[in-house]
Ligand binder design. Structure first.
Ligand code: PLP
Length: 385
């Protein structure tokens, strides 16, 4: 196997889920497996975790199909936008549709009736993202339609998604917002989104109709900090993978990262003083230094933006990444230490938090994890059931 690989600790992953479940009970837990299980490798994560999940969430229909082809039988909600021509796949693979417009729900109903096939759907209400979904002030028509659908359409759920759940109120910190602090006034608070969602639920009451059985709003941020958002189910993504969605959020649920990104020194040489290292010679040795080469680069998802920012651990010691990160390799300055070919290198985990990698590259942990490319094998450990 390739010396550069990602170790995924499945028992810690299960522990994270158990801790979340204990905190939100009796609410159900939808486990978010989109984007290759946030980069963890859905082929290993899904079969292991599916038996413990009430629902699975993916972003696109292809991810749902992939899970069904693997034999996953848990209900799967395709949370993202869907084109009308993708609807037949929902019937064929028993995927739950996020009904994000009146047109889409109408098309699904027509297809269900004409083919006499069943489909499950969750109505998608947009309370402040301006992404997909029907706004709370225009939701009545969608609900009316959902109540009038044929017997083949089961309106099982209704949901919304927060734009700012991870930011603690009051939302006044200008540093979070970049240059324009006036933006803070226009930020939609999770509590306001919740009120808008609640308005939509009142429509059912006014009509003496029961609300859909599964009402859900909470992503990781809300799962941690907004218990009134739980309703019948929560949808924690990054939190399930052991990462907190924001630096200053209260850690009301204990989780730990499950990834360790490892490699091995593939070359080790002593470089003369004053020599430039890597493309562009952006870093020079000051003294005679041991330069170790790690067979991992930006094509593996180790950001080029980490150049002269990153650090790794070799033989229990931290060393700086130096010179331009290349497509397939990067270099480390080991100074006077004796680093040998074959020595293990830790790129993430064991003392290097995903947060650190995010800081080096000026991004967030979500992108760090989902960016680790398919060229990096995933090795699953700790699968004790
Ligand atoms: C990705 C996603 C989530 C999970 O978000 P986290 O911030 O990772 O918890 C929840 N709901 C929807 C609709 C999503 O697209």
């Amino acid at each position: 196997m390739r010396p550069t690989y990602l170790e995924v600790n499945l028992s810690q992953l299960k522990q994270n889920l158990e801790n979340i479940r204990a905190h939100v009970a009796p609410a159900k837990v939808l486990v978010v497996l989109k984007a290759n299980a946030y980069g963890h490798g859905v082929d290993g994560v899904a079969p292991f975790i599916a038996p413990f999940a009430d629902y699975i969430g993916v972003a696109i229909v292809e991810e749902g199909i992939h899970l069904r082809k693997m034999g996953i039988a848990t209900p799967i909600l395709v949370m993202g936008g869907t084109l009308r021509e993708q609807l037949p796949d929902f019937f064929e693979y028993d995927l739950t549709l996020a009904a994000s417009s009146l047109d889409l729900l109408t098309a699904a109903d027509q297809l269900a009736e004409s083919t006499r096939k069943r489909i499950k759907t969750h109505l998608k209400i947009d309370t402040g993202m301006e992404r997909i979904g029907v706004r709370e002030y225009e939701a009545e028509a969608l609900i009316e339609k959902s109540l009038a659908c044929s017997q083949f359409v089961e309106v099982e759920g209704i949901f919304t998604h927060f734009a700012n759940s991870e930011i603690l109120e009051p939302l006044e910190s200008p540093s979070l917002l970049g240059a324009d602090s006036k933006l803070s006034d226009s930020k939609v608070k999770a509590s306001l989104q919740l009120e808008r969602f609640q308005e939509v639920l009142y429509i059912y009451e006014k009509r003496s109709e029961p609300q859909p059985a599964i009402r859900h709003t909470a992503n990781s941020g809300a799962t941690l900090s907004l218990p009134e958002s739980y309703y019948d189910m929560v949808r924690p993504g990054v939190l399930f993978y052991g990462v907190y969605p924001a630096r200053d959020i209260e850690k009301t649920i204990e989780v730990k990262p499950v990834l360790t990104w490892k490699s091995k020194v593939v070359y080790s040489k002593v470089t003369l003083p004053g020599r430039g290292v890597s493309y562009g010679s952006l870093w020079h040795t000051e003294a005679e230094s041991r330069i170790a080469t790690v067979p991992c680069g930006y094509a593996d998802g180790y950001f080029r933006r980490n150049t002269n920012q990153g650090r790794v651990i070799i033989n229990g010691k931290s060393y700086p990444q130096v010179g331009r990160v290349c497509m397939d390799q990067f270099m480390v300055n080991a100074g006077e230490d004796d680093i040998k070919v074959g020595d293990e290198v830790t790129l993430m985990g064991n003392g290097i938090a995903p947060e650190e990698l995010a800081n080096w590259a000026g991004t967030n942990e979500y992108e760090v994890m989902t960016n680790i490319s398919a060229r990096v094998p995933r090795v699953f450990v700790g699968a004790v059931q």
